[in-house]
Design a protein around this ligand. Sequence first.
Ligand code: KIV
Length: 416
Amino acid sequence: MQQPTEYIIVLGTNVGDRQANLDQAIAGIAALGEILQKSQVLETLPILIRAQGRFLNQGLRVVSRLNPPELLDALLALEARIGRQKRIKNGPREIDIDIVWSSAEPVNLPNLRIPHPYNRAREWIRQIMNELKSDAADSETGVVWSRIRGNALMNIHDFAKKKLAGEKISVVTCYDHAFARLVARTSIDAILVGDSLGNVIQGGANTLGVTVDDMIYHARAVRRGAPQAFIVVDMPFMSYQMSVEKALENAGRIIKETGADAVKLEGGSAILPQVRALVAAGIPVMGHLGFTPQSLLAFGGYKVQGKTDAAAETLLSDAEALNSAGAFAVVLEMVPAPLAEKVSKACTMPAIGIGAGAAVDGQVLVITDLLGMDPDFAPRFVRKYANLSQDILKALEGYAADVRDTKFPSDKETFH
Ligand code: KIV
């Protein structure tokens, strides 16, 4: 028997007498330790498979002398006693009992992970954690639970709601499944599958060569890694500029073939008919003003935009026009902070800045920039939250050295 460990255990049920299932689970858990606190009972919608009944959920703060694997075994036995049937994953269930937090070290076993990788993205689990253990730090990220906000149920209306409530919106670019899985485990509000993939992933000098097929390929991988995230996909160069019909056709393909939530288009008054047509067709549009990378050749390089009075006036009226045309948000890239602030104040849609200062409604960064994956790229508006290039180089050199010195694989890493 080990020292007592504190756990947060959550219950879910959407088959049979749901309250009776909860009561039976709570009685069973009381035999495994001391229940210090019960959360309120929540009624929630199913997340991944929508065509099933609503769940009743409840959380328990429990102290037990069982270690996490022992507790898991006891909880699985309890699920069986309550009559849980084997059905499809994420489908209906008589009872589901999960350990979502413990005061012990994180657990990373094939059948048990504490914290569970998707805790942070589930609104009801955040609610229960806030009620039962708001001062606890998430053991993977160190972020205190009461500060964790989720992205699970974000939709276009939440962008304006967040702006009204004064809550800043965080957006990050993402291009593949591996990173999407990680972003999905954070409280970042939205993912942008940016055509910056032309530079970052394809190694191009700019974004001009990116195709609709490229965007679809990457956005599908991101959607698979982040099934619940709000995903915006860039419409690449020349996929919407030519005509309203082209814009509808290509945006339609992107939405249908990727499962994305919205598209992003660069430009102001010149593309208003396209924006109006997409919005009328039910395709949410994010605008992009200021330094718009698809106009790199016209700008003659990477330059801050909106610096003269005339340019600032045009940018402001473009933003107002996009707002009236129904765009749900606009990216402002490399514009002076006072101008970005004016745009934010003039529009109901949030202004999401990148190199646009702090007085906007949210920020977007390119994921490889914020993770410090390119030691040679450090524009003024990027903050590097990690130095992954160093970590990756160290890991790769360590592997190469171990292979050379026959230190890898060890006996433990070998099949016999
Ligand atoms: O393509 C992209 O990544 C973008 C961001 C820089 C906003 O448009």
